[in-house]
Design a protein around this ligand. Structure first.
Ligand SMILES: [Zn+2]
Ligand SMILES: [Zn+2]
Length: 383
């Protein structure tokens, strides 16, 4: 993004009105328009810079933000509408589009004007499927076989779209290029326009006798098995792209991609928090008082943990490295075992007698205050 002052770029003063800004920009845009300065990258930069300044200053809201905060108002958010292409402000195509929007004099027809060199339009569609994984699968990484229903090459014509015994011919209108160039005259001179060939819809080929199975499109519904390797550590919403496994392109075009979107299945007794796994372990108050060793499940099997005598409810015991592997770095999260002391809800009369006896014991009396609890509470409340 330009660091020069936008008013300076357009050579207008800070109080300039809308009309003044527009005409200042128009003058610069005409002077530096790439069609008038072919191959001149400094003219291209000036054109982009002027367009960027104009896009901000013509919009009262953006202009106000710019007046108040300068370039910082748009840093890190790509300058708002239409500038998302990042790296060094916006690219020349975007600048040209934005110029044509206000000065092209035409409607939507001009939108695609500067898409020169675009790929042919016979690329197949991308497909998106969801894949549900258990926490165990996420922890280990997993290879899955997927059945994907998609459009593949038509078997009768092997994707060409031409009936048996005939073949597709090179399109006469575009000579097989799949796109046509037209020249439009505007007030800044002639502008070259590239669009998919209307005769062959961008495929570069015409079919005189279409395949009866696919009606000349060259595609048919198929189901394919695709193997997908999921690395350990993925999360809900992550996706991976399998190139070329989307729909086949019409008329032997390029296939689209397959996007696999990860979903996380709810686990019966683990809850994921980032790359940590939380597990609640309930113990009786007798166990809490006496202490013991016991086994808890982990994502990879089980671990023995030591419950110290006199443990309090709410104690967290950390099993290092028993969580989910970090996706983008080494190491793993932890498993946190939350100890909860279970209070019985049904008592036999014998139980009751025993407890009433214990209740008399001095060691069963809780302290009046719990300093460490109060300290933790203060910390968590920030007081
Ligand atoms: Zn054509
Ligand atoms: Zn066919």
């Amino acid at each position: 993004m330009s660091e020069r002052d936008y008013y300076e770029v357009l050579s207008v003063d800070r109080g300039a009105g809308e009309g003044e800004i527009k005409s200042a920009y128009r003058k610069l845009a005409m002077k530096f328009h790439p069609d008038r300065n072919p191959g001149d990258s400094s003219a291209e930069d000036k054109f982009k810079e002027a367009t960027e300044a104009y896009e901000i200053l013509k919009d009262p809201e953006k202009r106000q933000r710019y007046d108040q905060f300068g370039h910082a108002a748009f840093n890190g958010q790509g300058g708002g509408g239409g500038f998302q292409s990042g790296f060094g402000g916006f690219d020349i195509n975007e600048a040209l589009r934005s110029f044509m929007r206000d000065f092209g004099g035409g409607g939507g027809g001009f939108q695609d004007m500067f898409g020169g060199g675009r790929a042919r339009s016979n690329r197949g569609e991308d497909l998106r499927i969801r894949m549900s994984l258990t926490l165990e699968e996420i922890a280990m990484g997993v290879t899955k076989q997927l059945k994907v229903n998609r459009l593949g090459a038509c078997q009768s014509c092997s994707g060409s779209g031409a009936a048996a015994g005939t073949s597709a011919e090179t399109c006469r209108q575009c000579g097989g290029a799949g796109q046509v160039r037209t020249v439009t005259r505007t007030f800044i001179g002639s502008i070259q326009q590239v669009r998919p060939c209307p005769e062959c819809q961008g495929s570069g080929k015409t079919i005189t006798s279409p395949c009866p199975e696919c009606h000349g499109e060259g595609r048919a519904k198929i189901s394919t098995d695709t193997e997908v390797e999921i690395p350990a550590g993925v999360s809900e919403g992550n996706y991976l792209t399998v190139e070329g496994k989307g729909n086949f392109g019409p008329h032997s075009g390029t296939p689209g991609d397959l996007q696999v979107v990860i979903e996380e299945k709810e686990h019966d007794h683990f809850v994921r928090q980032g790359d940590d796994i939380i597990y609640q372990k309930m113990i009786s108050f007798a166990t809490a008082a006496l202490g013991t060793k016991l086994e808890v499940p982990t994502l990879r099997g089980s671990e023995t943990i030591k419950i110290p005598a006199g443990v309090q409810s709410g104690k967290a015991i950390k099993l290092r490295g028993e969580g989910i592997p970090h996706l983008r770095s080494y190491g793993r999260g932890d498993q946190i075992v939350l100890i909860t002391v279970w209070t019985p809800t049904k008592l036999s009369s014998a139980d009751k007698k025993l407890l009433e006896q214990l209740e008399q014991s001095e060691s069963f009396q809780p302290p009046k205050h719990n300093k460490s609890f109060l300290q933790k509470l203060r910390e968590s409340l920030g007081v």
